[in-house]
Design a binder for this molecule. Structure first.
Ligand SMILES: Nc1nc2c(ncn2[C@@H]2O[C@H](COP(=O)(O)OP(=O)(O)OP(=O)(O)O)[C@@H](O)[C@H]2O)c(=O)[nH]1
Ligand SMILES: [Mg+2]
Length: 762
């Protein structure tokens, strides 16, 4: 593949210009890939000479073969040094470059450019087997996780079209059946196979049987007579058997004269085709089995055992499932509303917290989030720097100079940093002009541009966090830089930057270390639960003796202790009106919708849409879920979260900044204490959601609301007790509906739970 080098001068120039140029190049030479010539970060150039992954050094039209043992990134190497190869393009990397080039290895050992691509089939047998080099570089748990991803990720799996069984290419469901059966073919590779459905015999096309797999699978086409290329005139389930099989059959005492057609079952019992008389068992005698093993022919023992085990597994259904008391709870909310925090608290409360593997996942997530935060800050910095420059130009204009006080107040200028190429015209300082507070040094800018470029290409997750240790000092230095601190001061303008950014960035050195283990607090402060789909599940039971449930304990019966809850936390990304896959959750017993109270003044963008108020986006998502036909009769619980930060914010930011709350009119606000203002505002918001709920559904349902501070474990515990009561209440309501029509019970305080009086506003 040919490449285009962007010269260093341009690289250090304006990033936007460089990106535009890259887009133009992509467009102009389709299929031509861009490499940044100066910093080698793309890994595809040596001294400005582009190198493609096949090892050819592109010297204009001359191609020189690179030594096969050279590192593809630094081009250094000798035959004694260990290398790790990409499973796709086979590019090899030395120990110094492997993490840089392979990043966090979300699909195992692949260079970042190869992520998502199928592996080179010659490497399939190496999947999930760690090299010594990797074991030296990473902790055992990290290696374990990378190998797991390598074995299990979708891109590395066999594709159905790679397998032909009985002369027919497999479909996806057939492959799933084949791999998912109790006794699948081992070490399956792409190729042509034959399969005898009746006996379970399996082998490569044209070769003798290799294994007995599960019988009666509906995969591939009809077994061909010549599947094993036999010329014996003896047939087994329609296949002409091979010479070695015939010899073994004779040893087993099976009568097989030319023209014999045998019908063989998975356990080895056989009969003549068309006759209903069992003639015996091929593998009955120990000597026969021994001879079969000697000739590398399969016998059914192990597979029969496998089937029996699979059956046993099926029988071990947990008791609570047999009692049919598993309540599914769907937990969701808009991004950042706190659903992961609630989920994590539930894990601490009911599931003994996080095990080593989960802690490792959490650690990787925290480590890669740090780069997201610094990236967002760098983006903001660029924006503020440009803005400042533009302002400067206006104030430089003699016509405006009197009305702007930009010069020359040098008292709080930053003298220590060298002027970067982008910091303005030469002689700026000499003229006594104030330095742009958002300008960073040329050295930091160079690194910053690299991070921004990775972000723009969407490769952030792939590079980090495996490269975390390497770049931690740079992130730490960047975070302390006055320009980034000045940017952070304007965090309210950086809409996508979460509040926890500083909590983690302050400790970047610790967090990036190999020994870092996230504390409980770190886990709760971190964003997210799982990498990838955003779906997380947890099963637990609840203590029946809770303060909330005390009034119901009179009716407490033994059976209720068997109740288990299946909490499913769903990420809001990808949910839209009419969303089909929400039907998967049709059987949930309650929808728990989470809203962050403190987001009434925050702007957000869902995908490419323009910025919108986040509370309104939350309301829209709430409505979207509520209107979904699957949840027509499902109880809804609204968790109004982040009350702690809401209490703080309401002192400074009026609730009315959100257009939905324009009519908020606190009673005698001036004489109220700060807390009661927050309480009023909370009740008002709960009331707004209830009204909205009632206006959308006409089934007479009421919305249950609960005030929450998800970072405080006790409030989350109380929230789950509340949900438990609601489920009991709903169940009782359904069973007594025909006997007592006591609507007054339903309209009691059960529909709200907060330590505050109800709002009586409009
Ligand atoms: N102050 C405060 N912060 C909270 C509270 N609940 C959650 N947070 C923080 O809010 C941030 C986002 O919370 P998450 O639980 O990740 O939100 P989410 O709903 O999972 O959002 P996504 O992961 O983006 O889908 C985290 O840093 C939490 O620690 C709360 O009650 N008070
Ligand atoms: Mg989250």
């Amino acid at each position: 593949m040919s490449k285009v080098i962007i010269p260093y001068q341009l690289h250090t120039g304006h990033l936007l210009l460089q990106r535009l140029l890259a887009v133009w190049i992509d467009f102009r030479f389709s299929g031509v890939q861009m490499a940044v010539g100066s910093d080698n970060i793309g890994g595809d150039s040596r001294n400005g000479i582009p190198i493609d992954r096949t090892g050819l050094i592109n010297h204009g039209s001359v191609h020189m073969q690179r030594n096969r043992r050279d590192c593809h990134f630094c081009s250094k190497g000798n035959s004694l040094q260990e290398r790790e190869a990409c499973l796709v393009c086979k590019a090899k990397f030395c120990r110094n470059c492997i993490l840089r080039e392979m990043g966090s290895m979300p699909e195992g050992r692949k260079c970042v450019d190869c992520i998502g691509q199928p592996i080179n089939e010659a490497k399939r047998s190496r999947l999930g087997k760690p090299s010594r080099l990797l074991q030296h570089l990473l902790s055992p748990l990290e290696v374990h996780q990378i190998m797991k991803a390598e074995r299990e990720c979708l891109a590395n799996q066999l594709r159905p079209e790679q397998l032909i069984v009985n002369d027919k290419q497999l479909q996806a469901h057939e492959l799933a059946q084949l791999l998912g059966c109790s006794n699948p073919p081992s070490k399956l590779k792409p190729g042509r196979y034959w399969y005898d459905k009746q006996s379970g015999l399996w082998g490569k096309e044209g070769e003798k049987p290799d294994k007995i797999i599960t019988a009666e699978l509906n995969v591939g086409g009809r077994l061909q007579e010549k599947a094993t290329n036999g010329f014996t005139d003896v047939y087994m389930n329609g296949r002409e058997i091979t010479k070695i099989e015939l010899r073994m059959l004779k040893c087993a005492g099976v009568q097989c004269t030319p023209g014999t057609h045998l019908w063989v079952y998975p356990d080895g019992n056989y009969q003549e085709e068309g006759q209903n008389n069992e003639l015996g068992n091929i593998y009955g005698k120990a000597t026969t089995r021994f001879l079969y093993a000697l000739c590398a022919l399969p016998t059914p023992n192990s597979s029969r055992l496998g089937a029996r085990q699979a059956l046993n597994n099926l029988r071990s259904i947990p008791a609570y499932l047999e009692q049919k008391k598993l309540y599914k709870l769907l937990l969701l909310g808009h991004e950042g509303s706190g659903t992961s925090t609630i989920f994590k608290q539930a894990k601490f409360l009911y599931n003994d917290g996080f095990n080593d593997e989960e802690l490792e996942t959490m650690k990787l997530m925290i480590q890669s989030n740090i780069y997201k935060y610094i990236g967002l800050l760098l983006e903001g910095r660029e924006l503020f720097e440009d803005e400042e420059e533009a302002n400067k130009e206006v104030s430089d204009d003699p016509e405006n100079s009197e009305s702007h006080s930009y010069f020359p107040d040098t008292s709080d200028a930053e003298p220590s940093l060298p002027a970067s190429p982008g910091s303005g015209e030469p002689g700026e300082k000499a003229r006594g002009r104030k330095k742009n507070p958002y300008t960073i040094s040329a050295r930091l800018k160079h690194q910053a541009d690299w991070i921004l470029e990775i972000m723009a290409n969407g490769h952030l997750d792939a590079y980090f966090p495996a490269a975390t240790r390497e770049y931690a000092p740079f992130v730490s230095e960047m975070w302390k830089d006055s320009a980034i601190q000045a940017t952070y001061k304007r965090k309210s303008e950086l809409h996508m930057l979460p509040d926890v950014a500083d909590y983690f960035l302050e400790r970047v050195a610790d967090i990036s270390s190999n020994d870092y283990v996230p504390s409980d607090r770190d886990i709760l402060f971190a964003e997210g639960v799982t990498q990838g789909s955003g779906l997380a599940e947890l099963e637990f039971s609840l203590d029946e003796r809770s303060p909330v449930s005390e009034t119901y304990n009179e009716n407490y019966d033994q059976a209720s202790s068997l109740v288990r809850y299946h909490l499913i936390r769903l990420s809001s990304k990808g949910i839209n009106p009419g969303c089909k896959w929400l039907e998967m959750f049709e059987d949930v017993r309650a929808v728990i919708f989470c809203v962050a109270l403190d987001e009434y003044d925050r702007m957000w963008t869902d995908g490419n849409q323009e910025l919108q108020n986040k509370m309104l986006l939350s309301r829209d998502l709430f409505q979207c879920i509520l209107e979904h036909p699957c949840f027509r009769d499902t109880p809804f619980v609204l968790l109004l979260n982040k009350y702690d930060s809401f209490e703080d914010k309401i002192q400074n930011v009026p609730l009315r900044v959100c257009e939905w709350f324009a009519d908020f009119d606190p009673v005698r606000a001036s004489t109220f204490t700060a807390q009661s203002l927050a309480q009023q505002a909370y009740t008002y918001i709960a009331h707004k959601f209830k009204k909205h709920f009632e206006s959308i559904n006409n089934t007479g349902r009421k919305l249950y609301t609960f005030q929450l501070k998800a970072r405080e474990r006790s409030t989350v515990s109380a929230a789950f007790q509340y949900v438990k009561e609601i489920l009991k209440w709903e169940e009782n309501k359904a069973s007594t509906l025909w006997n007592v029509h006591d609507e007054s019970m339903y309209t009691s305080d059960m529909s709200s739970f907060s330590p505050i009086p109800q709002y009586n506003g409009k």
